[in-house]
Write a new protein. Structure first.
Length: 259
């Protein structure tokens, strides 16, 4: 497998073999997915509007967007719930987008993203991989879309930064921006990613970490080093968010916003 092919696979979270769902998007299934999207949005909005939200580093993000037009936001799959919701929030200042599987399973998430007005690129299987990469490039460069990416998704390993987001940033000449959140209290699911869900009225801090500007060219060793560096920045971003939920937090070291 060539390096370019490996990068495309990483970008789209693909397996090298070809797979194709045999299920069809029937009228009944379409109705169920639409209902699920509406229900999910209602639950998510309840959490978003009732939790006590605190933002750290928001100025850093808005400045980057003003300078570059778009960025590549990244967050661990564990933090997908509220980080994705933050990406579509007007305060983030982004034209939000997501890459979602073209299979039947991707229909409900697509409907949910579209309910928020987010740009959707359908592509996670080898049948549509090249088209999806082209769609992402056009969305970022020509339309100013900032595509949210979970670099350890969709199946893990947890906290392992795959090269896809770096490749996306390289071809678009944009910055990779780590985003994380911490919540107190929080439910942690028994899933591979230990998915986090804050209950209503929880205290939540969403942090924007140090951006990463990848070089135009990276060999295999340099790419691996970049992945490790971004893993470090992702963890540091979470620590920053968690520190603002601690009684010993210092409000003098970071720019923050509360609502």
């Amino acid at each position: 497998m060539t390096r370019a092919r490996r990068l495309l696979v990483g970008c789209l979270d693909l397996k090298p073999h070809r797979t194709k769902s045999q299920r069809r998007l029937t009228t009944g299934r379409l109705f169920v997915y639409r209902l699920a999207a509406l229900l999910t949005r209602a639950i998510l909005e309840t959490l978003w509007r009732t939790c006590r939200l605190h933002f750290v580093g928001l100025d850093r993000l808005t400045t980057l967007v003003r300078e570059q037009g778009a960025v590549v936001p990244v967050f661990w799959h564990q933090h997908l719930l509220l980080c994705a919701r933050f990406v579509v929030d007007p305060r983030a200042g982004l034209k939000a987008g997501f890459m979602i599987s073209p299979s039947v399973d991707g229909q409900a998430p697509t409907m949910l993203a579209e309910l928020y007005g987010a740009h959707v690129v359908r592509g996670s299987g080898s049948y549509t991989g090249i088209r999806a990469v082209r769609g992402v490039y056009q969305a970022i460069v020509k339309e100013g879309i900032s595509p949210g990416i979970t670099p350890d998704g969709p199946r893990g390993p947890r906290f392992k930064f795959k090269p896809g987001a770096i490749f996306t940033a390289q071809i678009s000449r944009k910055a990779v921006v780590p985003i994380a959140y911490a919540a107190k209290p929080a439910w942690i699911l028994r899933t591979w990613d230990k998915f986090i869900i804050p209950p209503p009225f929880a205290k939540v801090c969403i942090a924007i970490g140090e951006p990463y500007f990848p070089p135009e060219r990276l060999d295999d060793e340099q790419m691996a080093a970049a992945q490790r560096e971004l893993e470090r920045r992702m963890h540091e971003t979470y620590k920053l968010a968690a520190s603002f939920l601690s009684p010993k937090q210092s409000s003098s070291t970071q720019s923050s916003t509360s609502i």
